[in-house]
Ligand binder design. Structure first.
Ligand code: ZN
Length: 302
């Protein structure tokens, strides 16, 4: 079959992209990722939820290293905390596809989004605070929100962090360890600096393979060893995990627990009724969203 010029260009772009980056979230087909929860998505009951403390900021939460026994129903009954998921924070290039633009937030848009969150009174929280809230009902600050960053992209450190610092915001960085120190990815020193400055470091596997396909030794390669690497870098326990592509299945959860993950983060799918702590929901913030859109989707999705 004769190859059209368009196909040739597409193939070239694909090859270039493949050479320049390791497999990461933006490589997945658009149809497989839920960008944002549908407003019509079922919401769990909140009637019995203890109110989020509106007046007092939550006390600093001691690091949690062991799972706290809790029943799924009580976790599901609590009001969800909005969690945003970012990848690259940089201006779009002509070569960025429409799909890629969903994973790349232009600098000005990011700056405006973060400012709008601060102006709206949001307070960032970290996984230990969320975990304590979900398992023990520990208080959270008013208008809690979590900012998460996947895939180890360098601009999360050089561009996103200074914007967050303006408002005292803390982030959660889910690192895929294969990329540490590669061009355009964070270095060990930068990851340690984030941990030292009170941000949270979590695992996003070794090289971003789909958790649903793991067998045998994969659990060591993709989960156990990356945790050890990150613990060596940060000097802190690694207890939180983000699924590559947001993809998970119930069979994966016991393996994650066995490797020390006390909670895990997906994207906008429905939570597992048996294991809501290992299927915590997040929404990807597409690059085109203006603050008004972000604020609206936050209210409708959580
Ligand atoms: Zn990813």
């Amino acid at each position: 079959m004769k190859t059209t010029a368009l196909q040739a260009i597409a193939r070239t772009l694909y090859v270039v992209a493949g050479m320049s980056m390791v497999l990461s979230c933006q490589n997945m087909p658009e149809s497989n990722v839920a960008i944002a929860a549908s407003p019509a998505a079922p919401k769990e009951a909140t009637a019995t939820t203890p109110a989020i403390n509106e007046s007092n900021p939550a006390p600093a939460t001691a690091p949690i290293t062991k799972p706290i026994p809790v029943d799924a129903a009580s976790v599901l009954a609590k009001k969800e905390v909005p969690i945003l998921c970012y990848h690259q924070i940089r201006d779009w290039r002509p070569t960025d596809s429409k799909t890629a633009q969903n994973y790349i937030v232009p600098v000005e848009n990011f700056r405006n989004q973060i400012k709008a969150l601060a102006d709206s009174g949001y307070h960032t929280i970290l996984p230990d605070q969320l975990y304590a809230y979900l398992t023990t009902g520990a208080a959270l600050p008013s208008k809690p929100i979590m900012l998460t960053f996947d895939d180890t992209d360098l601009d999360q450190y050089t561009v996103a962090l200074p914007e967050m610092n303006k408002y005292g915001f803390k982030g959660v960085f889910f690192v895929m360890t294969v990329s540490i120190g590669r061009p355009n990815y964070m270095t060990k020193a930068q990851i340690k600096d984030l941990a030292d400055k009170g941000h949270s470091i979590g695992s996003h596997t070794w090289d971003h393979h789909n958790v649903k396909q793991y067998q045998g030794q994969d659990w060591v390669t993709q989960i156990e060893k990356p945790s050890k690497t990150l613990e060596t870098i940060t000097g802190k326990p690694i207890n939180y995990f983000a699924y590559p592509f947001g993809l998970w299945n119930p069979q994966a959860i016991p393996h994650l627990k066995e490797k020390g993950m006390i909670a895990a983060f997906q994207l906008a799918g429905k939570r597992d009724p048996q294991d809501p702590l290992h299927t915590i929901r997040r929404i990807i913030v597409p690059g085109a969203w203006k603050p008004n859109t972000l604020n609206k989707v936050i209210r409708e999705s959580f």
